[in-house]
Design a protein around this ligand. Sequence first.
Ligand code: DC
Length: 228
Amino acid sequence: MKKITIAIDGHSSCGKSTMAKDLARELGYVYIDTGAMYRAVTLFSIQKGLFTEEGIDTETLRQKMGEITISFKFNPETGRPDTYLNGERVEDRIRTMEVSNKVSPIAALDFVREAMVAQQQEMGKGGGIVMDGRDIGTTVFPNAELKIFVTASAEVRAQRRYDELTAKGETCDFQEILLNVQERDRIDSTRAVSPLRQADDAIVLDNSNITIPEQKEWLLEQVKKIIG
Ligand code: DC
């Protein structure tokens, strides 16, 4: 059966990763979480002290881009790939509020995007891939056979992230998370390079009020329409 490229884009915290990961497993495809890649670059920048009082030391980051290797390794315990930064597992560290609060300006840097997009195109060049992010259907794989644009209200998304963090034992504040979600929407949609926008040929999915099983069924229907 033909192996297609599936691009899943949309706002932050609307369950894109869970959806993309489940779909990939169902189809026997590779799943790539591109947000994790921008988060890994952010963690690297924190570790190297590149967030200063004056802002991000972009020149040093630009010089150090060649020192960043991001990879994914399947974790059989969680059933999803873990993110590795220079050979070290960083899956939990890239999901903290500190990284969430700092990732948008890093993802807005042109040289960071250029490097990540090139890696993503390389990872997905053979098809049989489900990739989630913000610019997959518009920039990374504009010819993807199936493009889904996912959205949900900011409150629903903040509640999901709150539940996720509390389940991990992190202390967090709902209002802070809501503000973070809204601020990331603003930065992601208004940045100069590759802003978050729906591809003209993407199918919109608002999942504010549907269950995960309903969503899965809907997604599989969209895939079937293409691969038969
Ligand atoms: O999906 P996420 O919340 O893990 O994404 C983290 C950040 O990275 C978010 O601010 C948007 C940005 N991002 C991006 O600009 N382009 C992508 N393809 C994926 C994520």
